[in-house]
Design a protein around this ligand. Sequence first.
Ligand SMILES: [Zn+2]
Length: 147
Amino acid sequence: MKLSKSQRLKVFNKYGGKCSYCGCELQKSWHADHIKPVVRDFNLVKGKAVLTGKISNPELDVIENINPSCSSCNLYKGSMSIEAFRNLMQQQARIALKKSKNVRFAVKYGLIQITDNPVVFYYEKFSSQENIGTNVVGSNFLSKSYV
Ligand SMILES: [Zn+2]
């Protein structure tokens, strides 16, 4: 769904201007993520994906199913469910440990510690009462028409 400017402002401020997953401050490049994924249909034209405008599950293409996300979380999540994304995030330290000599040395020298702490997304910890008035701006990240 194409969000209107007011809908985009509402989504931006949903968690105090922070990414609903990692909790970082949203930058100008923030994304509107479908919590339950919407899969867009496309055709390959000369090796490039061209969207047809059709989606597999239009009932999920509603503002209630949209969370603000930093671009890196949104692009990594892709069309995964929340639990698939959580499982993948849960494995990140082990994957880095396996693939990176730098991480292995950092662990060996006590610079970082690998834990099995559960992945809790920012929106799951967020309490709107605690965050009222903090970083609810959005005007720099939307359009000058909001200023
Ligand atoms: Zn994020």
